[in-house]
Design a protein around this ligand. Structure first.
Ligand code: NAD
Ligand code: UDP
Ligand code: UDP
Length: 343
């Protein structure tokens, strides 16, 4: 019996082969756009581990094959080099739409491309969801709140975003992506989910993406000073990647559209973060102050009551527990690369 023609048979053979079945005992076909990136690759690990078939679509702008290489050769895994700004035809049950540069350095590199990815890329993936009747999850961002005038941020807050600033390609791009998602839902009956992700860190982050956690960790390991922008009193909340992936999967499988804040409510100033990095890596690491970037939000902290109540979700990994896991990955990559380069 051919695999494609008889899904029941393939399900039975999964049981026989002791491959775990997907959620609710059913194996799903899942598209993860941006799956070669930091968050996407951890999500793929969980989905494959659960017994689903996964197609990753990624243009490798910031993603890397190394993040997925452990799945190569698995018949339930497929990697397609493709830019979501171009249409694509695939048959899937669910779409996790992550494709988009996420760090300020990367999204400012080509702002027009960032907008196209958010708008045209999201439109294409919604069109695909419509064509095949798939459920669609958008990974939006806490940046939709801009430089927030409400603290902590609740999902009902509409935000304070500069439409013409250097961060707008990302902030406004994601806001438009949310609008498109809701209009496909309301107008065309597409099943959608929206996550607003707050700053997330962990293994496989790009080492030189300019984000504060990757900068501080790489700097401390390389015995360089930690660069604190501005007075270092601005705040962020840092979520470990496994907590985020759990939240995304609960959101996809649950009955609620959202938007849902997914983040760790623990709030740190950048100076406090520098101290945690010093404690974890090198107590003698120096701190160097640099001028801050334009439009930098002063504070950010999620109110996660809605996700707690409706998804039964909350983060379980504190910064002090999660940071060492990222440090060992960075240590291996930074010093491994140097050895290879020097050989
Ligand atoms: P990442 O840069 O590691 O991953 C993004 C992936 O998308 C990369 O693999 C990249 O190559 C791919 N990509 C970019 N443009 C594409 C295009 N046009 N076509 C196909 N692929 C494309 O970033 P991440 O941290 O893993 O972020 C994943 C998603 O989560 C993004 O949508 C981001 O906006 C969102 N998010 C992340 C954070 C965070 O702190 N990490 C916070 C808020 C929102
Ligand atoms: N699209 C896609 N894959 C599909 C279906 C649609 O990439 O399987 C793209 C399509 O090319 C279009 C977008 O998604 O640019 C929106 O599609 P929709 O059918 O909603 O709108 P229309 O094509 O009618 O403008
Ligand atoms: N930041 C910093 N030093 C760095 C990189 C960033 O002090 O080396 C600050 C930055 O000004 C911002 C905060 O850290 O206030 C978070 O920046 P990041 O780029 O990580 O994320 P986002 O601004 O998107 O929340």
């Amino acid at each position: 019996v051919l695999y494609e023609e008889n899904p029941e048979a393939s399900r039975r053979s999964n049981v026989a082969g002791k491959v775990p079945l997907g959620v609710k005992g059913k194996s799903l076909r899942i598209l993860v756009t941006g799956g070669a990136g930091f968050v996407g690759s951890h999500l793929v690990d969980r989905l494959i581990g659960r017994g689903d078939s996964v197609i990753v679509v990624d243009n490798f702008f910031t993603g890397r094959k190394e993040n997925l290489v452990h799945h190569f050769g698995d018949p339930r895994f497929e990697l397609i080099r493709h830019d979501v700004v171009e249409p694509i035809l695939l048959e899937v049950d669910q779409i996790y739409h992550l494709a988009c540069p996420a760090s300020p350095v990367h999204y400012k590199f080509n702002p027009v491309k960032t907008i196209k990815t958010n708008v045209v890329g999201t439109l294409n993936m919604l069109g695909l969801a419509k064509r095949v009747g798939a459920r669609f999850l958008l990974t939006s961002t806490s940046e939709v709140y801009g430089d927030p005038l409400q603290h902590p941020q609740v999902e009902t807050y509409w935000g304070n975003v500069n439409p013409i600033g250097v961060r707008s390609c990302y902030d406004e791009g994601k806001r438009t992506a949310e609008t498109l998602t809701m209009d496909y839902h309301r107008g065309l009956g597409i099943e959608v989910r929206i996550a607003r992700i707050f700053n997330t860190y962990g293994p496989r982050m790009c080492i030189d993406d300019g984000r504060v956690v990757s900068n501080f960790v790489a700097q401390a390991l390389r015995k360089e000073p930690l660069t604190v922008y501005g007075d270092g009193k601005q705040t962020r909340s840092f979520q470990y990647v496994s907590d985020l992936v759990e939240g995304l999967m609960r959101l996809m499988e649950g009955d609620h559209v959202g938007p849902f804040n997914l983040g760790n409510p623990g709030e740190f100033t950048m100076l406090e973060l520098a101290e945690v990095v010093q404690e974890t890596i090198d107590p003698n690491a120096k701190i160097e102050f640099r001028p801050n970037t334009e439009d930098d939000p002063h504070k950010r902290k999620p109110d996660i009551s809605k996700a707690k109540q409706l998804l039964g979700w909350e983060p379980t990994v504190s910064l002090r527990k999660g940071l060492p896991l990222m440090v060992s990955d960075f240590r291996q990559r930074i010093f491994g690369e140097q050895k290879m380069g020097g050989a």
